[in-house]
Design a protein around this ligand. Structure first.
Ligand code: KG4
Ligand code: ZN
Length: 343
């Protein structure tokens, strides 16, 4: 590894709806700007073409703002890091093209980052208030596109030991919210109402999977849909009258499914350092369950700060920093990849 000097990295994340740019000094975040889009909430998600257009409109002002808040000039940058994949191709291309042009113009190295590795390595961002995991550890990566239990043995050595065979857990939250007439993304709204409700009022089944550490959420979504349809036939005001209890019960079920698998993974691997990462790790239910598990199972848990749970460029920057130290640079001919394995 190179000796520790002051390394400034500008990182770009544009894998999905949001455009985010961060500036890091070594492992410390100087700025982390996220330009959210309301396109998804207007259209209910999945309008890839509109999303990538908004990324294109946002990228220049967001880069400018990230540099301004960090208080540095672009000439001070040592490298440009960007999300190569996985994600929506149109959106990824915006960040990829911009990063390539910027690296070329500044004559600095270009660093490509795997979005799912970045969610996990966000735990290594410098923080006064939080410890960092040591290798090896387990991470439950829960987002809108992925649900994985990963065994991490080094910064770039990760093995998926369990994953969803159908929907991601974020989708389970968002699709349940849609059934309830809530706007997109529904995960945070289910969380909000769940905190006002009783989690044991309604019961939903835990889907079974052939491989014990895998997840399945499509059956759960269907059972919630049938349950709501039946109840609404009996009483058209059912959702309105019971929203907090419905949300609390859905969240309780999802969290129980996640935690059961995580406990099993910890037993199977013998690992007791357990992290969570990704957008769904913002959920109050999973955070509470992790705190309980820490006491019950003697775990040391790692919960990311809120700003590093949902998609953000700081997590791309921290991967950029470790790749910079190892001189893992990318050729200027690199292209974005919608599908990408973890390693
Ligand atoms: O990691 P992320 O920002 O994007 C992807 O890489 O997919 O995750 C987005 C997902 C969405 O499904 C959103 O509903 C969910 O994270 N989410 C939550 C919460 N905050 C975000 N789900 C449940 N509770 C939350 N508080
Ligand atoms: Zn993500």
């Amino acid at each position: 590894m190179a000796n520790k000097k002051s390394i400034y990295i500008l990182a770009i994340e544009s894998s999905c709806d949001d455009t985010s740019v961060a500036v890091l000094l070594n492992d410390k975040v100087l700025s982390n700007i996220v330009a959210n889009q309301d396109i998804h909430s207007q259209y209910g998600g999945g309008v890839a073409e509109l999303v990538s257009k908004a990324n294109q409109q946002n990228i220049v002002p967001v880069v400018h703002q990230a540099l301004t808040i960090a208080g540095i000039d672009k000439k001070d940058l040592n490298a440009i890091a960007f999300t190569k994949g996985p994600g929506l191709l149109g959106s990824l291309l915006v960040g990829t093209s911009f990063a390539k042009s910027m690296a070329l113009a500044l004559d600095v190295p270009l660093i490509s980052v795997n979005h799912m590795q970045a969610h996990i390595l966000a735990h290594f961002i410098e923080s006064d208030s939080q410890d960092k995991p040591t290798f090896p550890f387990l991470c439950l990566t829960i987002s809108g596109g992925h649900t994985q239990i990963v065994r991490i043995t080094d910064y770039f050595s990760m093995e998926i030991i369990g994953e969803t065979i159908d929907d991601a857990v974020g989708e389970a939250f968002d699709k349940s919210a849609k059934i309830l007439g809530l706007s997109y993304p529904g995960g945070p709204l289910i969380d909000k109402y769940a905190q006002l409700g009783n989690p044991t009022v309604f019961e939903f089944t835990h889907p079974k999977t052939k491989h014990k550490l895998d997840f399945s959420f499509s059956g759960l979504k269907t059972s919630i849909l049938y349950f709501i349809q039946k109840k609404m036939k009996e009483n058209p005001h059912f959702i309105k009258e019971n929203l907090p209890d419905i949300c609390a019960s859905i969240q309780h079920t999802i969290v129980a499914i996640l935690m059961n698998k995580l406990v099993l993974a910890s037993k199977q691997t013998g690992l007791k350092q357990i992290a969570i990462a990704g957008g769904v790790s913002a959920n109050s239910g999973i955070r509470g369950a992790m705190a309980e598990a820490e006491k019950k199972h003697g775990w040391k848990t790692f919960i990311p700060k809120f700003e590093y749970t949902t998609d953000n460029a700081a997590m791309i920057g921290i991967v950029g920093y470790y790749k910079y130290l190892d001189k893992i640079f990318e050729d200027i001919s690199v292209t974005a990849k919608a599908r990408m394995k973890l390693n």
